[in-house]
Design a protein around this ligand. Sequence first.
Ligand code: NAP
Length: 242
Amino acid sequence: MADAARVAVVTGGNRGMGLETVRQLAKLGIEVMLTSRDPEAGAAAVTDLAESGLSASVQPLDVTDQGQIEALVERIARQFGRLDILVNNAGILPDSRGHDGHRASVLVTPMELMRSAYETNTLGPMRLCQALVPLMRKNGYGRIVNVSSAMGQLSEMGGEFPGYRLSKAALNALTRILAAELAGTDIKVNAACPGWVRTDMGGADATRSLAEGVDTTVWLATVTGEDAPNGGFFRDREPIPW
Ligand code: NAP
């Protein structure tokens, strides 16, 4: 890794675990590009960080919008000329309300819901990797963290929430595919499971704080050395089954 300050992109950085990840990376002295699909929410998040003496750049980004992804790449290349860390954090849980009086059964889930889940949770991260890995290759260094979920684990797979479960299982597969293609380089790709975390998505009853939720993500984003993992799925910094 070259000596200049590391540069990170975090998707969905305006609230929840995305904002906490930005905060933790900024505390480590990393130049963070906080991306947010709502520019005002992104600006408010940067103000929030500034109140604790931290800084981040902000860039509008809906992860389903190829044009905005290209604008992000252009800005990173121009402003920093490098990218070290990509945290694919943005995600949706589209099937939480259920359908037609059923819970979120796979038997009644609309295909449109499935498509929206894949667009954000799977294809968004894939688009960002396609766009940003070339910048990582320039320095021969990169850390990509795909924020996944136990609900995408095949080994633990249960019923309901097919939009979320299938899109996160596919994100896990993307992690493996990309890690295989980048094997032998110092660009490492891993998936993180935050556990059940108190955010808008996780709800107030969740068992983990924001800091606990992002700990493994931040570790995977910053781990260096010959033992840095590649192609794994981690919770609490330990490997877990796919
Ligand atoms: P959250 O509070 O609901 O925040 C989700 C973030 O994703 C928001 O910033 C949201 O932006 C952004 N987002 C959604 N769709 C987007 C899109 N198309 N383009 C760009 N940004 C988009 O969720 P969270 O709990 O922090 O979750 C963060 C990640 O952890 C997600 O990938 C989630 O699946 C995963 N996770 C969460 C839990 C949990 O218990 N909370 C457990 C396991 C995994 P807006 O503000 O514009 O909506």
